[in-house]
Design a protein around this ligand. Structure first.
Ligand SMILES: [Zn+2]
Length: 191
């Protein structure tokens, strides 16, 4: 997995262009990776619904929850499905709209300086092994491409919006994720 630095897109992954992004503030580059959990409708996996949410085409009549969230203008840079498949919606060079009101180490508006990665899942159901593997590859590719990113610049949405957001939730196994990420990043940092 590799980032094309000209476009800010991951080579070889599915691309779906979301209109829900804008420019990062002048001179600001991503130095934080935010891990999220998402499922649409809540607790259900598969289907086109995350694509549809991020492209402002979620059909309100399909599920009551869709009527609630369908008017939101949101996105993430990446989504990792249950089977580990990765889709990119926004270039890493641009600001995706995933974190909302948030703060990390005294800096507000984390969308300005972060990459948002959504894992298809819920707070309480174990994430799939394929998702941890894909996340580790993604983080390694990001760290190789962008020097301000590193394995220790990885947080959960709940860490930057405590009291408001709970994802990726207690189901996300941070020690396991960090082991895989460290292993995936190690060969590159040695070189
Ligand atoms: Zn989130």
């Amino acid at each position: 997995m590799q980032v094309d630095l000209k476009t800010g897109l991951l080579r070889g992954v599915r691309q779906v262009a979301s209109p829900n992004f804008d420019s990062r503030p002048a001179g600001v580059a991503a130095d934080l990776i935010v891990v999220h959990g998402i499922s649409l409708p809540p607790g259900e996996f598969g289907g086109p619904w995350i694509d549809r949410l991020f492209t402002n085409s979620l059909p309100a009549e399909v599920h009551p929850y869709f009527a609630e969230v369908g008017e939101l203008r949101v996105s993430a840079h990446l989504v990792v499905n249950r089977d580990g498949a990765v889709t990119q919606y926004v270039s890493f060079a641009e600001r995706a709209w995933h974190a909302g009101k948030s703060e990390y180490q005294g800096r507000e508006a984390c969308n300005d300086f972060s990459v948002g990665v959504e894992l298809e899942g819920t707070d309480t159901l174990a994430y799939d092994a394929a998702q941890y593997a894909a996340l580790a590859e993604v983080v390694a590719a990001l760290c190789a491409a962008y020097p301000r990113l590193s394995p220790d610049r990885l947080v959960g949405h709940s860490d930057i919006a405590p009291g408001r957001k709970t994802d990726p939730g207690p189901a996300f196994d941070w020690p396991h994720a960090r082991r895989l990420i460290d292993a995936a990043c190690a060969p590159r940092t040695r070189g």
